[in-house]
Design a protein around this ligand. Sequence first.
Ligand code: ADP
Ligand code: MG
Length: 325
Amino acid sequence: MPASEFELIERFFTRRGARREDVLAGVGDDGALVATPAGGTLVFALDTLVEGAHFPAGFDARFVGHRALAVNLSDLAAMGAEPAWALLGVTLPSADEHWLAGFSAGLDTLARRHGVAVVGGDTTRGPLTVSVALAGLVPPGQALLREGARVGDDLWVSGTPGDAAAGLAILQGRLTAQGRARDALLARFQLPQARVALGLALRGIANACIDVSDGLAGDLSKLCAASGVGADIESRELPLSAGLCSVAPPDARLAYALGGGDDYELLFSADPGHRARLASLDAGVVLKRIGAIAEAEGVRVDGDPVERDAGHGFDHFAGRPPGSR
Ligand code: ADP
Ligand code: MG
C-alpha cells in the first residue's frame, strides 16, 4: 500500500492496547524493544486468521479484531502465562478505512482489558489475513504444558464447550434458533473470551493443559499424545449450555460439545487431591470435571473410542467436521 501505508499505521495501529512501562520502543521504529524481568520466562504464540477459513466472509471487523487477539490470548492462557506484548500483521485487499476502524477498535478494547500493548507489526495488500504474535511472561518452571498428565488425574474443562460451533452454525443457517439462546450462542462465536485468569490460577495445580480451539475431543487427543496417556470422558458430565440444549437434539449437542471448534476454553488434568480447590476456584468461569486420564492410549467417550475422522477436530489439510466451515 505505497502512498497511504504510513498514514494507515498512524491512524489505526499506533497507540493500540495498554500502555506499558516496559515498552521502550513500540510502533514507529524498526523493531520493538521491551524490558524483561530478570529470570522470567518468555512465552510466544502466533495465530493467523484467513477470511473464509477462520471467520466468515463479511464478518464484522470488530469481531475480527477481537478474535485475532483472543485466539492468541487463549494460547497464552493454556501456558499459564501473563500476556504482555503483541505484534500485528495485517493483509488487506484495499485500504478500507471503515473496516480498519472497526478492526482496530475490536482489538484495542480486548488488548486493554488484558494489559497487552501492540508494539509493532506489518501492513500489506492481499487477501484479507490477520496474524497476531503475542508474547507473555511466566515465572521459571511454572508454565503449563500439554505434557505432564498422569494416569488417575481428573480431567476438567472450563465453560460450556460446543456453543461457539453452534453459534457459527446459526450464522450460516445450518441451525435455527431464536431469542436469548440465539443471542447467547452467536456471542460465543463472535466474541470468544480467552481464559487468561484461569490459566494463571492453574499454575501449580494443573499437570497438563491445552486450549480447546479445534474441538474438545481432538484437542484432548493432542494433550494425551503429548503426555503419553489416554483419557475417558463421561458424556453425562459434559457441561452443556442451556442455549445449546434448546437448539440441538441430544446427539447433536454431544457432537457440538466434543467436535465443535472455536470454544477457547481450557482443558486440563489435575490430581484428584485438587478437587475441592478447583470446584471453588473463582477465575471468571465455571469448571467441570468431565472424566479422567487413563493408561490406555486414545480418547474414549462412555467407553467408545473417538474415531479419528469423526469430525472431532479440525485440520486444514485433512478432513473437516461435517457441515462446518
Ligand atoms: P519497516 O519498513 O521498517 O518494516 P513499516 O513501514 O513496515 O517499517 O512499519 C513502520 C512501523 O509501524 C514499525 O514500527 C512497525 O512495527 C509498525 N507497524 C506496521 N504495520 C503495523 C500494524 N499493522 N500494526 C502495528 N504496527 C505496525
Ligand atoms: Mg514492515
